[in-house]
Design a protein around this ligand. Sequence first.
Ligand code: ATP
Ligand code: MG
Ligand code: FE
Length: 352
Amino acid sequence: PLVLGIETSCDETGIGIVRGRTLLSNTIASSMDEHARFGGVVPEVAARAHLEALQPTIERAVADAGVSLADLDAVAVTSGPGLAGALMVGVGAAKALALSLEKPLYAVNHLVGHIAADIVAPDSERIEYPTIALLVSGGHTSLLHVRDLTTDVELLGETVDDAAGEAFDKVARLLGLPYPGGPQIDRAAEGGDPRAIRFPRGLSRKSDLEKHRWDFSFSGLKTSVARWVEQHQDSGEDLPLADVAASFREAVVDVLVTKTLDACQERGVPRLLLGGGVIANARLREVALSRAAARGVEVRIPPLSLCTDNGAMIAALAAQLIASGRQPSTLGFGADSTLPVTEIQVAEAGQG
Ligand code: ATP
Ligand code: MG
Ligand code: FE
């Protein structure tokens, strides 16, 4: 099926068009620059930016794909989770588009969309389920067990406080580096010693593991970096920025990779899919790939343009739902900022 996907859950207005497993276009307008001076995404600003960006982005995606709106078999949209106001803009636009074109509409889960992104990656014929998936971005840190993309996605664990990308952004800020912090820390860490400072690995102690086996926590790490920097400033010496950045990055990467590969082992699933903007992190990819290889786990990392928020992943998920015979959503659905990952599609027609 030919599907257009609309994604507005955070600061990217993403419009993607796919035909089945083939990616035709993936157009993004980001309001990230507008948030930079605030050091993080401002919901109100993001919602307004979506409103302005939607129409031109749809036009560009359609032109890039070389199709016409009349040819579409369906429209797809992110219903949640994400920023309520931002989601609402996309949901409203999707309903209007589907109604005016008289096309079926599929309202889908953003997190499952991140997993579906892999389906339109260039080597997607190699995808196999079940797989463990780790999604790490500015808004989420989720560890999932995907048995079947369209019917069975289990949330194993998630962050109990800051998301991984948010931790990078906050620590960058306290080190005096600009937003977004991830690429800045990556650069600052070059040549640094990752073992210079032993920062804490959140929720990794035996006592934590009982309740939070697969959960993550990054706020204690951030506080620990802040305290280290403060104490060092008292000493009057220059801050060893490269060592601090490398040691912080190592703490994040270590706990993410350790828990994720433990999940692969415990669940007997020798496959791992990585997604989300933090996957851009050079050290995370390196450590994940090398430790996975040592444990016989096969790793898939879609191209970065499919890892960050985008519309193609939303279209790809809807295309799979259509292929497996699912009915479109009824138009009564809204934006659900806390939509659980188990709700892969919302408001499926004919469902209670
Ligand atoms: P969502 O959470 O809804 O997926 P988002 O916009 O917050 O949306 P992304 O756009 O996927 O998330 O990713 C942005 C985040 O990724 C930011 O927090 C940024 O600091 C982080 N990031 C980007 N590059 C890197 C990197 N090289 N290392 C670590 N983090 C990075
Ligand atoms: Mg973003
Ligand atoms: Fe996302």
